[in-house]
Write a protein that binds this ligand. Structure first.
Ligand SMILES: Cc1cc2nc3c(=O)[nH]c(=O)nc-3n(C[C@H](O)[C@H](O)[C@H](O)COP(=O)(O)OP(=O)(O)OC[C@H]3O[C@@H](n4cnc5c(N)ncnc54)[C@H](O)[C@@H]3O)c2cc1C
Length: 358
């Protein structure tokens, strides 16, 4: 998303950008997403929800988002809804396929199956905007910064830290929050891109959450996004947990789905769904059923340290000349919580284009 946004905006401003896309199709994780581009309703909410985040980056995303949504619509991106359905947030929902197509059209010269490093190695490459979508696809980086447990991937397959490595080799500084990520606990079954939403088990708030030994490990209240539960699960043996449910919990709803329907989707996919008395440890009183979940990573939250003009910073605060980072390659905007990755990609992609072209 960030790369296409940056290219589309810089073309409008008179530049002739080239988008290199490592995958065999444009759109990255944006194409797989639910397309909800959002901000917290108030800036104070953003600060409270993501207290460790870089305040300048947060302000940038928060202040630019509303105009940026209208800009996307002006490119022909189809708006499905002008609400998020979450009272804490404001934003629009786009059709991800239509959004990708509109941005790819506006971006111009887009080369799939080409990694950016080949262009960056040219003698006069011009400004470079790193927008490779985080490092969740690289097991070594995930093991170093997040967990050695076997996290599942819930994202495009190509975002493997290439932007981060490129900049760090040239002296870039890393942001805060490198151990944090956004993801979901998924039904513990084989799943592919088409199952990323349907097999998500988003009801920790109604469950007793225990590890394979029956121990409770979530030390704080379950966040509305449940990302704190996912991040804690990622550190448990096998990156797995059980969600243990009572009859009344099965009747609850989360957003537009019932807990029972999410459990049934897990069962149908072949994930372990057992009667509470079949668990390998004593079930809590009132429990009727348990579902085994596996932590899955969608994108990293830590990354390259950038300023509010998307410029990559070196250790000590000087600039890495000619290098910018946008989207989730830029770290530290939502440290300590969760905020819209699409919004971050949109706002930083625009800022990078304007910084380079103006
Ligand atoms: C199932 C699902 C649902 C989601 N729903 C939402 C939602 O509703 N709202 C929201 O805000 N976020 C959502 N997200 C997260 C959102 O998709 C990401 O935060 C967002 O796409 C990040 O934008 P980006 O530009 O940084 O990365 P991406 O959009 O992933 O783009 C990165 C691109 O870089 C390419 N790339 C990687 N390495 C190289 C290289 N070396 N050279 C060239 N190209 C390279 C990749 O192939 C990819 O196309 C969802 C994600 C998933 C998977």
């Amino acid at each position: 998303m960030a790369g296409l946004v940056c290219a589309a905006r810089s073309r409008q401003l008179g530049a002739t950008p080239l988008v290199s896309e490592k995958g065999d199709r444009p759109g990255g994780s944006m194409l797989l997403s639910s397309g909800v581009i959002w901000r917290y309703r108030t800036f104070e909410d953003f600060r409270r929800e993501c207290p460790g985040g870089d305040e300048l980056l947060q302000r940038l995303v928060w202040e630019r988002l509303d105009d940026a949504l209208a800009w996307l619509e002006s490119l022909g991106a189809p708006v499905v809804s002008r609400e998020t359905g979450n009272p804490l947030t404001a934003g629009w929902r786009f059709d991800p396929r239509g959004l990708t197509d509109a941005l790819a059209r506006a971006a111009g010269d887009l080369r799939v199956c080409t990694s950016f490093e080949a262009f960056a190695a040219r003698s006069d490459p011009g400004p470079l905007v790193l927008a490779t979508g985080g490092f969740q696809g690289d097991r070594t980086l995930v093991a170093r910064h997040i967990t050695r447990e076997p996290l599942a991937l819930r994202a495009n397959a190509w975002s493997a830290g290439d932007g981060l490595r490129f900049a760090v080799e040239r002296g870039a500084e890393l942001s805060a929050g490198l151990g944090e990520f956004y993801g979901r606990n998924m039904a513990d079954a084989d799943f592919g891109e088409r199952d990323f939403v349907s097999l998500a088990q988003l009801y920790a708030r109604h469950a007793r959450v225990v590890n394979e030994r029956g121990g409770e490990f979530v030390r704080e209240p379950v966040a509305w996004s449940e990302t704190n539960v996912v991040q804690a699960t990622a550190r448990q043996p096998g990156a797995r947990a059980w969600y243990v449910l009572s009859e009344s919990a099965l009747g609850e709803r989360v957003r537009d789905r019932s807990v029972r329907s999410m459990v049934e989707a897990a069962r149908a996919a072949g994930a372990p769904v057992v009667a509470a008395d079949q668990l390998p440890f004593p079930a809590p009183p009132g429990a009727v059923v348990a579902v085994r979940v596996r932590a899955a990573i969608t994108h990293t939250i830590g990354g390259l340290r950038v300023d509010e003009r998307a410029r990559v910073l070196r250790e000590g605060g000087s600039l890495l000349e000619g290098v910018y980072a946008a989207g989730v390659d830029a770290g530290g905007a939502s440290t300590g919580g969760y905020a819209s990755g699409l919004a971050q990609a949109l706002a930083l992609g625009l800022v990078a284009a304007e910084e380079i072209c103006n």
